[in-house]
Write a protein that binds this ligand. Structure first.
Ligand SMILES: NC(=O)c1ccc[n+]([C@@H]2O[C@H](COP(=O)([O-])OP(=O)(O)OC[C@H]3O[C@@H](n4cnc5c(N)ncnc54)[C@H](O)[C@@H]3O)[C@@H](O)[C@H]2O)c1
Ligand SMILES: O=C(O)C(=O)C[C@]1(C(=O)O)C=C[C@@H](O)C=C1
Length: 366
């Protein structure tokens, strides 16, 4: 049976989800977005079948509503649902990175046709808008569901089925649990990344060459500071209480590290680093089903035309398929590092043997 899905907000997340739903044959998709170019692109690509200019108009036609707008706007839309004269059930979900106020607004909906199940696909990018959307964005990512009081397991199940093409892994948490965990592993790190960039900017005033050294580690740790500032302002203020608490903990921790350095406590400093390394190395990056099982190989290459092609060609000759390839650092005329990811450890080791044997500088991250 065909169901009508109404996407409000077709940016990075809404666009990527809609691309997955569009692969199904049982869905009619309506899209709404204030950006006319977005609507045009989504229509041309067959990601939406129809555009709506009005929220109410779309809701009246829909069986499922997906709110993929900035969080404060999502809350405003939820508040509008009471005033809409629905004549059939409407399953509502969102994609917000912080859940407490969204659920609060959803619990206030008295319209008996509406059931709300919160959602948060835990993958994204520092890019924004429909042009950055891609159907495989959520492959192997965790997709958190936060059902409201009135939802039974069936509705969450229905959404999982709707988004099954994403190949995400669905888990259910309470909003509190969700917001605490995302504060630690997503929102607070973002705040720190932005602060590190500010620190570098300050030091550049007295060290003009500094920006040219900002490669490798600095780039890795601050990539997310290039994200959409409006979106993150919203996230920080939606999760403000927890972030304030984490800042307190962080300041205390920085005081402890400062004291280790002041007192020249080399052994304790070493142990601090070892403990961090052990915890990070133990994160379930290679665990099947959690985050994708990638086996990485690092190959030094020279910044010369065809250098990357040559490496790939040699792997293709022995029929090794590459899952992902990334240039980590490449500066004019200097050696760069190619990170090649494979699906299996055996492909990783075979590639190591081959390239190492042919004189490449190769490293495996175990
Ligand atoms: N960016 C990420 O990494 C990420 C990851 C997971 C979840 N999220 C959540 O997804 C949501 C959207 O973020 P995004 O990254 O897709 O942002 P985005 O800027 O790429 O997309 C937002 C879209 O909403 C549209 N929009 C703005 N106001 C609107 C309105 N009044 N009505 C309808 N559409 C409107 C915009 O035109 C844009 O297309 C946020 O709630 C965010 O917390 C973001
Ligand atoms: O990859 C990124 O750029 C992200 O910041 C993605 C990220 C994250 O912190 O992991 C950011 C916010 C979302 O709510 C979910 C995912």
């Amino acid at each position: 049976m065909t169901q009508t899905v109404f996407f409000v907000g077709l940016g990075l997340i809404g666009g990527s989800l809609a691309m997955n739903v569009a692969q199904r044959e049982d869905c009619h998709i309506i899209g709404m977005d204030p950006d006319p170019k977005t609507i045009e692109m989504a229509k041309v690509q067959g990601v939406i079948h129809e555009a709506a200019d009005d929220f109410e108009e779309g809701c009246l036609k829909a069986d499922i509503l997906v709110l993929a707008t900035p969080i404060s706007i999502t809350i405003e839309y939820l508040q509008l649902l009471n005033g809409i004269g629905l004549e059939k059930p409407l399953l509502v979900t969102d994609v917000s990175s912080v859940k407490n106020k969204v659920l609060e607004a959803a619990e206030k909906i008295s319209n008996s046709f509406v059931t709300f199940v919160g959602g948060h696909p835990m993958a994204g990018s520092h890019k924004q808008g429909y042009s950055a959307a891609k159907p495989h964005l959520f492959e192997n990512a965790i997709y958190v569901m936060t059902p409201s009081e009135s939802a039974n397991g069936t509705e969450a199940q229905r959404l999982q089925e709707l988004f099954s093409k994403t190949k995400a892994r669905f888990l259910t948490f309470s909003t509190q649990e969700h917001d605490e965990m995302t504060a630690v592993i997503s929102h607070f790190p973002h705040l720190i990344a932005s602060s590190l960039v500010h620190q570098a900017k300050e030091w550049q005033k007295t060290h003009p060459f500094l920006e040219h050294l900002a490669a490798g580690g600095f780039r890795d740790i601050t990539r997310i500071a290039s994200s959409n500032p409006r979106l993150w302002q919203d996230i920080f203020f939606q999760n403000r209480t927890l972030l304030l608490q984490m800042l307190e903990d962080w300041i205390n921790e920085m005081q402890d590290i400062k004291s280790l350095l002041e007192k020249k406590e080399k052994q304790s400093t070493y142990e601090y680093l070892v403990q961090a390394k052990n915890y990070r190395d133990g994160l379930p990056i290679k665990e099947k089903g959690a985050i994708p099982a990638f086996y990485d190989l690092y190959v030094d290459i020279h910044d010369q035309p065809g250098a990357i092609y040559k490496v790939i060609q040699q792997l293709a000759e022995i029929e090794i398929s590459i899952k992902n390839i990334e240039i980590l650092e490449i500066r004019e005329g200097i050696t760069g590092v190619l990170r090649i990811s494979f699906s299996t450890s055996s492909e990783q080791h075979q590639s190591y043997q081959l390239l190492n044997g042919r004189g490449y500088e190769v490293m495996i991250e175990e």
